[in-house]
Design a protein around this ligand. Structure first.
Ligand code: ZN
Length: 447
């Protein structure tokens, strides 16, 4: 009885959104009109200026594009390989590339064309021009540091916060496998850069001073235009976080601040405290917390230990209700589970990488399932990255944006044809996913 009443109440509350639904009951198959609806929707969706919630813009010779690097000889999924012919289509669309392959001889044309355009579009104009071509209004720049060739008005900075968790002697962490041998030294480098920024030449002797140093970095990065902090912690250790006391963390800090390498369990306990400290600061400073939640590059990336659901105890912890979380890459390939975490008012999903790892026919299914669950909590991103001198952030921006818009139009066309929503509602959902849901997270700071 009580549950019936609740159901009725929630129906009454949803009256306005119900009126925008189709009048008859939803059906399990799209009708013969689905292709026609898709063709009608796609040009309208192409016209929506996008906000790219996760990307690594920059030139291939810029070491600050990411705080870490791909380990050598890492396996890449089929569509993310350099020989994907769709990248030829990207070069044609963006630069008028006249060839049908990327042979070394032909690739020279593309390198020369980009060099010519960089002379024509100087300073911040080059990447602004690329955004214009793909109809992206602004794109997050998730980078180690910002370069002077990205316009901060269109490329808001998301900085990396992992390195605060690796302040000690990391010889055990680095030796764990060849991937960590690449990743951990880069975290040490990042921590040193934050120390340089704050004129700190060695780790503070007292734990309280170390925490104050962390807060100063967050506040200064925010003053420099940082809109969020990003964790890629899943690359370096399991994402299960225990809940140690400050005293426990302080004891470990006191023991290892000078030189000796902590045992793995002690190091983890310390890191668990620092992670939760950063999450709390994210709420206090109104600095959303982005977390990599998906498969990752490198053959040693441990899928089960980085399962997005490991984060549930943190995300559903009422102590962090004022921290906004963005699950970068939407937990892929566990995106079906991940969307239910967005039931929390402060949890959002980003779809980047899903649109590249999957072809549009499969990514359409992901988006459709998300749109049917929490459409107000899902956001668009490309995860663009400058792979090499030939295939740059430009081509991956294009492929990510094109794939997402296509999959979005296809998902919505099916939902319309299956009597789930009206065409008007579909376009509202398209605006929300491509732009509005993410932008509202940052208030006046982005547009
Ligand atoms: Zn990324």
């Amino acid at each position: 009885m009580k549950s019936h009443l609740l159901l009725l109440l929630s129906f009454a509350g949803a009256a306005t959104s119900l009126s925008s639904l189709a009048v008859s009951q939803a059906r399990p198959f799209p009708g013969p009109d689905v292709q026609q609806i898709y063709r009608r929707l796609l040009p309208q969706i192409d016209k929506i200026p996008a906000f790219d919630h996760h990307a690594h813009p920059g030139f291939s010779d810029d070491p600050d594009v990411d705080a870490m690097a791909a380990p050598p000889d890492a396996s890449a999924a089929l569509r993310t390989r350099g020989d994907n012919p769709e990248l030829v289509a990207a070069a044609k669309a963006l630069f008028g590339y006249p060839f049908d392959d990327l042979s070394p001889e032909h690739a020279k044309w593309l390198v020369a064309k980009k060099a010519e355009l960089k002379k024509q579009y100087t300073g911040t104009d080059y990447f602004n021009m690329i955004l214009d071509k793909i109809n992206t209004e602004s794109s997050v720049a998730n980078r180690a540091m910002m370069p002077n060739y990205l316009d901060p008005k269109r490329f808001p900075w998301v900085f990396f916060a992992d390195s605060f968790m690796w302040p000690f002697n990391n010889e055990h962490e680095t030796a764990r496998n060849p991937d960590e041998g690449v990743f951990i030294p880069l975290q040490e480098k990042m921590l040193h850069r934050w120390m340089q920024q704050e004129n700190v030449n060695k780790l503070p002797a007292k734990f309280g001073d170390y925490l104050e140093f962390i807060v100063r970095v967050l506040e200064d990065n925010q003053k420099k235009g940082g809109i969020a902090m990003k964790f890629e912690v899943a690359y370096f250790r399991p994402t299960t976080f225990s809940d140690p006391t400050r005293q426990q963390a302080e004891d470990i800090y006191d023991r290892y601040v000078s030189d000796a390498a902590p045992a793995e369990q002690e190091y983890r306990t310390f890191q668990d405290y620092i992670f939760r400290f950063l999450v709390t600061q994210g709420g206090r400073l109104n600095l959303p917390v982005h977390i990599h939640t998906a498969v990752g590059i490198g053959d040693y990336f441990n899928l089960s230990q980085s399962n997005v659901m490991n984060l549930e105890s943190v995300l559903r912890d009422p102590r962090y209700h004022s921290t906004m979380f963005v699950l970068i890459h939407g937990g892929y390939p566990l995106e079906r589970e991940a969307v239910w975490l967005a039931a929390m008012k402060n949890v959002y999903l980003d779809s980047s990488f899903g649109e590249l790892a999957q072809y549009p026919s499969a990514f359409k299914q992901t988006l459709k399932m998300w749109l049917e669950t929490f459409p107000d909590k899902i956001t668009f991103g490309t995860d663009c990255f400058p792979y090499n001198e030939v295939l740059g952030a430009e081509e991956s921006y294009w492929l990510g944006a094109e794939s997402s818009r296509m999959a979005l139009a296809a998902a919505l066309a099916e939902m319309i044809s299956e009597n789930e929503i009206t065409e008007t509602r579909a376009l509202e959902l398209a605006h929300a996913y491509l732009h509005d849901n993410a932008v509202k997270l940052y208030g006046e700071k982005v547009h």
